[in-house]
Design a protein around this ligand. Structure first.
Ligand code: PMP
Length: 420
């Protein structure tokens, strides 16, 4: 394939593809925060593979480790047998991530994707508690298989299941009732209403910042209240950090600033470091109750992803990256709030935190127009929210000042052209 031509995809591929449609070109190379298409046009990446490329494209150290590993005929696929690379990953994950944060988890490899991690968490919570229902939240997103979809607060996605989805109930996420602060009281009132036959759930599952659902960021006090609700009623707390984790919000785990300790944590996307598929389910030792074989799968533990994932953990050996994300996040916040003020036609509201911020526009279709303009000018950006009302800044967390400034300049130009 030598030309920048989408015909081949039109001819052979099902209509299901979404990102090709969103970005009408054919990409072939990428490095750091940059991508190039077949016409050698350069794009800045404010999308980061929906969070699978937090460290950017083709990180040099990870690439070298991977090349060495392949050169030496390192074992590529070993099902769930013990392998050298898996051992190295486990040791380093404990040493660099869990121990310094005083977190005590067993690590399970549930399958290659975020959805696999969510499925394993839901199953385990039900098995451990013997209860059926799970509480999830308005606008939450947890994956596309039937279990994960049943806790996903998106009617369009749920429709894809073709059948009604059961055994979950949706509660209001933080700030759902627009600054009334009543969400926690509502949840507690319902949970304690035995008279109405409300059943105690096995678990509460949530994202601290809702990635697909529109960058709604829960406040730390809200997260602490949810943890208290769980502890008081013996409900398991599952944090889905598939998108908000691995540094996206400024700390390795998104829940760190709240000081909470979930019973189960779902991780995927950037945990493999290089865009290679890997997922983890972190399980408090008290709940490590699957029997061998009760949850398995062919691609549990990809050795290539262990090699790059282990190398990626070096970024967390000191606080340099954290500091850089936090400093740049403040600049993104200032930029976005300035845009909202400068361009009133945006009818914009700021959303999110860390490296997952954006603007929700009250003007129908405007967020889509902004991202289309961005694409024209060489910036890759996606929308989020149930009506695609949010344009979402999602740069690699390793982006330098030059890349960030260039991307923000294109975004301002796109906003200017759409909301003047
Ligand atoms: N949970 C969250 C919060 C996600 O954002 C996603 C993916 N967007 C998933 C689960 C599912 O992950 P995957 O697509 O790897 O199955």
């Amino acid at each position: 394939m030598n030309e920048n031509n989408l015909d081949i995809f039109d001819k052979h591929e099902s209509e299901v593809r979404s990102y090709v449609r969103g970005f009408p070109t054919v990409f072939h190379q990428a490095k750091g925060y940059k991508l190039w298409d077949m016409d050698e046009k350069e794009y800045i990446d404010f999308f980061s593979g929906a969070g699978a490329l937090n460290y950017g494209h083709n990180d040099e150290n990870m690439k070298q480790k991977l090349l060495e590993y392949i050169q030496e005929d390192g074992i590529a696929h070993s099902l769930d047998m013990a392998s050298k690379t898996k051992g190295e990953f486990l040791e380093k994950f404990h040493e660099v991530i869990l121990e310094p944060r005083d977190l005590n988890y067993k690590v399970m490899f549930p399958g290659p994707t975020g959805t696999n991690s969510v499925e394993s968490a839901l199953k385990l919570a039900r098995k451990v508690t013997g209860r059926t229902n799970v509480i999830s939240f308005t606008n939450g997103f947890h994956g596309m298989t039937i279990g994960a979809l049943s806790v996903t607060g998106n009617a369009f996605k749920r429709n894809g299941a073709g059948i009604p989805l059961h055994h979950s109930f949706t509660m209001p996420f933080d700030n759902y009732m627009e600054n009334t602060g009543q969400e926690i009281a509502y949840i507690e009132r319902l949970l304690d209403d035995n008279g109405s036959g409300v059943e105690l759930p096995a678990a509460i599952i949530l994202e601290t910042v809702q990635g697909e659902g529109g960058l709604n960021a829960a406040r730390m006090e809200w997260l602490q209240s949810i943890e208290r609700i769980c502890r008081e009623r013996n409900i398991l707390l599952i944090i889905d950090d598939v998108q908000a984790g691995v540094g996206r919000t400024g700390t390795f785990f998104s829940f760190e600033p709240a000081g909470i300790k979930p019973d189960i944590v779902c991780l995927s996307k950037s945990i493999g470091g290089y865009g290679l598929p890997l997922a983890l389910t972190l399980i408090h030792p008290d709940y490590d109750k699957f029997e061998p074989g009760e949850h398995n799968g062919t691609f549990r533990g990809n050795n290539m992803a262990f090699v790059t994932g282990t190398e990626a953990l070096n970024y967390w050996k000191d606080d340099q990256l954290e500091k850089s994300i936090q400093e740049k996040s403040d600049r993104i916040y200032t930029f976005l709030t300035d845009m909202i003020e400068k361009y009133p036609k945006l009818k914009g509201t700021h959303r999110g935190r860390g490296f997952m911020q954006g603007i929700a526009s009250d003007v129908d279709g405007l967020a889509d127009k902004v991202t289309e303009k961005c694409f024209e000018h060489g910036l890759i950006m996606e929308t989020a929210g149930s009506d695609d009302e949010v344009f979402k800044l999602f740069p690699p967390i390793t982006i330098d000042d030059e890349g960030l400034n260039k991307g923000l300049a294109i975004l301002e130009k796109a906003i200017e052209e759409t909301a003047e």
